[in-house]
Design a protein around this ligand. Structure first.
Ligand SMILES: [Zn+2]
Length: 195
């Protein structure tokens, strides 16, 4: 059912928005993120660090031990600074922006990097000298990401408020037509009445 799917996607988007909003202030004190590993431990991660969000993707196998696991990653700001040379593949000092990747992916800098207005994207081949492998990352500042992520939850909340008001007034949930005279089906849009 389409409405059910929309509700599920809205719930997911709301969870992402809440997680990002919580991670934003934390990211100034420590790097925090979620890493998920696919077949042979191929990693994908979302990391919040220093006021930016970073998405990282790689086909470098980290081994069967990590395959199909999800893991919450935290690092102290001190550790983050100390390991900067190995865990950071791109840093834009001007924007105070940093890109962090899990250590297995981080040893080789990307061959392509773009960085503009706090946005960064990169692609690297053969990290760790493994021929035929690649990794990619993208990052954006939290002041851009968090408001964008709020669009879906805000729209969902507004829709929910409209429907609740219509339900209370005995109107069609779809179009707002007064259903008190014809509760079975909306004569305006054909939607079955809610009661
Ligand atoms: Zn209607």
């Amino acid at each position: 059912m389409r409405e059910r799917l929309a509700a599920m996607l809205t719930a997911l988007a709301t969870a992402a928005f809440v997680a990002a909003a919580v991670a934003w202030p934390i990211s100034y004190r420590r790097a925090i993120g979620v890493a998920a590993f696919g077949p042979d431990g191929r990693p994908a991660a979302v990391v919040a660090a220093a006021g930016s969000f970073h998405v990282l993707l790689s086909d470098v196998p980290t081994g069967p031990m990590t395959a199909w696991t999800v893991d919450l990653r935290r690092g102290s700001r001190a550790a983050f600074e100390a390991e900067r040379d190995t865990v950071v593949v791109a840093a834009d000092r001007q924007w105070g922006d940093t890109v962090v990747v899990p250590p297995p992916v981080a040893m080789t800098p990307p061959t392509v990097t773009h960085n503009r207005f706090g946005l960064a994207a990169g692609f690297g081949r053969d990290p760790l000298g493994q021929p035929g492998t690649w990794f990619a990352y993208a990052s954006a500042p939290a002041w851009l990401v968090v408001p964008l992520l709020s669009i879906v939850p805000a729209t969902g909340a507004r829709r929910w408020a409209v429907r609740r008001r219509r339900a209370r007034a005995g109107r069609c949930l779809g179009c707002g037509y007064d259903l008190r005279g014809s509760p079975a089906r909306c004569p305006e849009c054909g939607r079955p009445g809610s009661g």
